[in-house]
Design a protein around this ligand. Structure first.
Ligand SMILES: [Zn+2]
Length: 344
């Protein structure tokens, strides 16, 4: 089969059209002919090379899985050839206590498409039946391809771990990232007061336009903490979601009593110091998460359908232009998802 992939780490120049074996579904797996996928920051990180990880070459990037069922394994019961489906982004061993309870992202042997194993930049992919869902009917192909990774992770942050309730205040750091954009839309629809942070002056107005109640320039930590405390009348934020990493300690300083801080990335650095006295005296909880569960995916799509929440699509490319699409993401110019359309 055809795929866009690479044989060495480097700039987007390493991405080529390659020919690899079409995967064969195991008894519990589904073979999906991919229709579209989206470009994610993870794709850039894996292409550059992840420290401490030896990823076999050739590597096919791509985490969002959306397409039509081409074939099913002998034990597959719920799906049929020709159905349009999406899948969750990770799966585990299928038999440990986490996998059995539907939390495969907690499995010690979890695998993520486009990271540990080949992803969705190819013509076909095999996926265990247990992480597959029917594609929602009331979205365009581009919108569906834009949802699995980022909608599910935004939902896990806000509801799965954040346990948000109407009237609470949420701070979304890195709000112009695609988890951030979903987080703002979900938060507004859940009745939260939403404070969005971005480094980009030109994107501040765009964040207001999609529903952020307050937008703060993400520059000086002291200013950010001061502004969040002013907006919340000195109380602090109930939920703080953050993929920056190195500013965990700052988020503790802007957290309310009983706040939930969710950390889902280390885009700016992996270490941070924090005031433990404030953490325990305020009963603040800190959670970490790297991917969402299958139920987070299903709940996020169901909520988006019910509230008519659509992903923001910035630009679509033919998949042969995957390198240009990655360059666009890397430039930080995009506001919304970048989509890749597969060969016909
Ligand atoms: Zn497992």
């Amino acid at each position: 089969m055809k795929a866009m992939g690479f044989y060495e780490n480097g700039t987007s120049n390493v991405i080529k059209q390659i020919e690899i074996d079409t995967p064969v579904p195991a008894p519990d797996q589904i073979l999906i002919k991919l229709k579209m996928t989206s470009v994610n920051t993870l794709d850039l990180m894996v292409r550059r090379g992840v420290p401490g990880m030896n990823i076999p070459f050739p590597h096919v990037p791509g985490t969002d899985v959306y397409g039509t069922i081409e074939a099913v394994g002998s034990n597959v019961k719920k799906f049929y050839e020709g159905e349009k489906v999406i899948s969750n982004t990770v799966y585990g061993c299928g038999s440990c206590k986490y996998c059995i309870s539907g939390h495969e992202q907690l499995c010690p042997s979890w695998k993520c498409f486009g990271l540990h194993i080949n992803g969705s930049y190819g013509e076909f992919i095999t996926v265990p039946e247990r992480i597959v869902s029917k594609a929602p009917s009331n979205f365009t192909d581009e919108e569906i391809a834009a949802m699995p990774l980022h909608a599910s992770l935004a939902w896990r942050n806000i509801k799965g771990l954040g346990n948000a309730t109407e009237g609470e205040t949420i701070v979304v750091l890195g709000a112009t990232g695609n988890v951030g954009l979903f987080a703002i839309k979900f938060s507004k629809a859940l009745g939260l007061k939403t404070i969005a942070l971005t480094r980009s002056d030109e994107k501040m107005q765009k964040l207001r336009a999609i529903g952020a109640d307050f937008v703060i320039k993400q520059d000086n930590a002291t200013n950010i903490i001061k502004e969040v405390m002013e907006i919340t009348n000195g109380v602090g934020a109930d939920i703080i979601i953050n993929s920056m990493g190195n500013n965990l300690g700052d988020t503790v300083e802007m957290a309310a009593y009983n706040a939930r801080i969710i950390s889902f990335g280390v885009l700016a650095g992996a270490t941070s110091s924090l005031n433990v006295r404030r953490l325990y005296l305020r009963n603040i909880s800190i959670f970490g998460t790297h991917n969402a569960s299958k139920s987070d995916l299903d709940n996020s799509i169901e909520f988006a359908k019910k509230k008519n929440i659509k992903p923001i699509i910035y630009k679509s490319f033919d998949i042969g232009m995957a390198a240009q699409a990655q360059d666009l993401l890397e430039s930080s110019k995009a506001f919304g998802k970048i989509i890749l359309k597969h060969w016909r």
